[in-house]
Design a protein. Structure first.
Length: 246
């Protein structure tokens, strides 16, 4: 008779949560993509109204345009992804191979997923009469919203293992604020619609849930117990060396 251990129950619980998150977030993303592809009137009207009003606010305030452009750069994929990549390399060098590999896979596979979906949905960028900024490429989902959700989520998950509960909460609050801020910036600048950034956040959150669940399963398959619920890699915070077999 097989004995179900406490670790088994923790792993099963994480996988159930990840599955629920994937389904719960996947459905609204697919619905948004379907409505965008079908050019559903109410959604298009909402997107257009929000884009025009926010762009109109920025049109009269040069300082706001500059601020939103700075936010788009600092919290953009080509700043956050190199930072997270460097963190992954550091983890690999310090023999945290499983964690470092997960970071790289979650980050760059998520980026590739966004590129593919942009081509599949094939939505044009907003066309505003007095746009304060322009950008090429497809619009849905927002690469900035997706990239920030994945990159800041990874940073929060990994750095959260190094600090106490209160600081961990602050890190997550900062991560969520960063995602919302860069998403707002993309709409204000007139280079994305509301549904674009919403889809990016949903997709990024679901991707993190799935890959984190895979990471925990991978740990179990190579003979390591599942990490505590608040940690991805307990050896980091506990100072216990990871076996150098993986």
């Amino acid at each position: 008779m097989t004995t179900v251990t406490r670790a088994d129950r923790r792993l099963a619980g994480r996988l159930v949560v990840a599955l629920a998150a994937t389904i719960g977030l996947g459905i609204p993303f697919l619905l948004l993509a379907f409505l965008v592809r079908g050019k559903w009137g109410p959604l298009i009207d909402l997107d257009t109204t929000v884009a025009e009003r926010l762009n109109g606010v920025a049109l009269r305030r040069d300082w706001l345009v500059d601020l939103m452009q700075d936010v788009s750069f600092v919290l953009g994929p080509w700043v956050l992804r190199p930072i997270v990549t460097v963190m992954a390399v550091v983890l690999l060098v310090r023999h945290r191979r499983r964690l470092g590999s997960w970071v790289l896979m979650a980050l760059w596979a998520g980026a590739l997923l966004g590129v593919v979906l942009k081509e599949v949905v094939d939505r044009a960028r907003p066309e505003l009469a007095d746009a304060v900024a322009t950008e090429g490429g497809r619009s849905f989902p927002s690469g900035h919203a997706l990239g920030a959700t994945v990159a800041l989520g990874i940073l929060a998950l990994v750095l959260g293992t190094l600090v106490g509960k209160r600081v961990r909460i602050l890190i997550w609050v900062a991560a969520v604020f960063g995602v919302l801020l860069v998403s707002l910036a993309r709409i204000v600048l007139g280079v994305h619609y509301l549904s674009d950034v919403t889809a990016g956040i949903i997709l990024g959150s679901g991707w993190l849930a799935v890959t984190a669940a895979v990471f925990h399963t991978w740990r179990r398959e190579v003979g390591l117990p599942p990490a505590p619920a608040s940690e991805l890699e307990p050896e980091i915070s506990e100072g216990v060396p990871e076996p150098r077999t993986g």
